[in-house]
Write a protein that binds this ligand. Structure first.
Ligand code: BGC
Length: 350
């Protein structure tokens, strides 16, 4: 079969190549790939900045945002041939740390977790893949190709759960949310904010392309420019850019008692005018919380699947802005900040 593979930490090493059939050790459920989403992490891996091959191997099958159709359910009674499924990304560390021991692998404390298509386990960008039945999520067939949005939706389902848990430390009735970045994570965070009945504002740098319309059609407000210019102090900021200046601005402008949830993974970058102690004092005097949030456990996968099912199907379809064939994976990795939202690699008809 064919797969998109990469030699982690070696820029430009990605290739669409012949690989052996999926390893039975990856799980008893055999799945035919339908689509995989492309995200910033995939780009980082291809650029040689992130990623780990399985032990004893040089190359890693890329892809952690999956959607596939069960070809052979094996002994698993809960699945049947033809079911649409998505594979969970992370596996608990083998020690295990206390969080992994209770199924909260997203909160792994020793860093020895593994991740499909990212860290030491084959990903989903192959014609066929295998998964353990307990790490497969069956989707309502009505979602079709939109099911490929489940993985990014789990990331924001966790982020929202973190925000509301933090909010419970005091009396708290949040009204206005600012989401920074109108990529797939930002738009899905905005969707979940609207599903919670909040007034949602989304900030990005582009003025054209599909993003402003997608925000407006959620019943949210699109802003272009700086956080300082949105005209209010948000109760919640879900930061989805990973850009240093935006992160600092979110600390500065979050409302008293407000929560900033960081989901973006960036690096370096210059920030201007960062008086650290002043920002710290503001956050102390206003009881602010900054919470980082990564990955998702099974609870979030379950919740995110429910959230996607409740969303407007036509709106979800518009998040998939481009479909590329696996042999054109390089095109899929080149994403336009204005015209692309979620680019998917399509292996088979949904
Ligand atoms: C994935 C997460 C993963 C994180 C760090 C993100 O792109 O969505 O599942 O935990 O990268 O590797």
């Amino acid at each position: 079969m064919k797969a998109i593979t990469v030699q982690p930490k070696k820029p430009g090493s990605a290739a669409y190549e012949d690989v052996p059939e999926p390893d039975p050790g990856d799980g008893s459920l055999l799945v035919e790939a339908v689509a995989t989403g492309v995200c910033g992490t995939d780009t980082e891996i291809v650029e040689g900045k992130y990623g780990w091959a399985p032990p004893g191997r040089d190359r890693l099958v890329l892809g952690h945002e999956s959607l596939g159709r069960v070809v052979d359910p094996g002994p698993a009674r809960a699945f049947k041939e033809g079911d649409l499924v998505v594979g969970i990304v992370r596996r608990p560390d083998p020690v295990p740390c206390p969080n992994c021991a209770v199924g909260e692998w997203d909160m792994c404390r020793n860093g020895e977790y593994t991740e499909r298509g990212i860290k030491q386990i084959a990903g989903f960008m192959s014609d066929r893949w295998r998964v353990e039945p307990e790490y497969a999520i069956r989707l309502d067939p009505a979602l079709g190709i939109r099911g490929v949005l489940l993985e990014p939706a789990t990331v924001v389902a966790k982020a929202w759960e973190q925000v509301s848990i933090v909010g419970q430390r005091a009396f708290w009735e949040p009204q206005r949310v600012l989401v920074t970045g109108a990529g797939p994570i930002g738009l899905l965070a905005a969707l979940l904010g609207r599903q919670r009945g909040l007034s949602v504002h989304v900030l990005d740098v582009v003025t054209a392309g599909p993003k402003p319309g997608l925000v407006e059609d959620l019943g949210a407000t699109y802003h272009c420019g700086k956080i300082a210019d949105v005209g209010f102090e948000p109760d919640v900021i879900v930061e989805c850019t990973g850009v240093g200046q935006v992160i600092v601005d979110s600390f500065k402008h979050v409302a008293a008692g407000g929560v900033v949830c960081l989901t973006g993974i960036g690096s370096g970058g210059r920030t201007t005018g960062l008086p650290v102690a002043d920002v710290g004092s503001k956050m102390v005097l206003q009881n602010n919380v900054v919470v980082g949030s990564v990955n998702a456990n099974k609870r979030h996968w379950y919740k995110a699947a429910q959230d996607l099912l409740r969303a407007d199907r036509a709106w979800l379809s518009r998040l998939i802005s481009r479909r590329e064939k696996p042999w054109n994976f390089e095109e899929a990795l080149r994403r336009s900040p204005q015209d692309d939202v979620k680019v998917v690699i399509e292996f088979a008809e949904a």
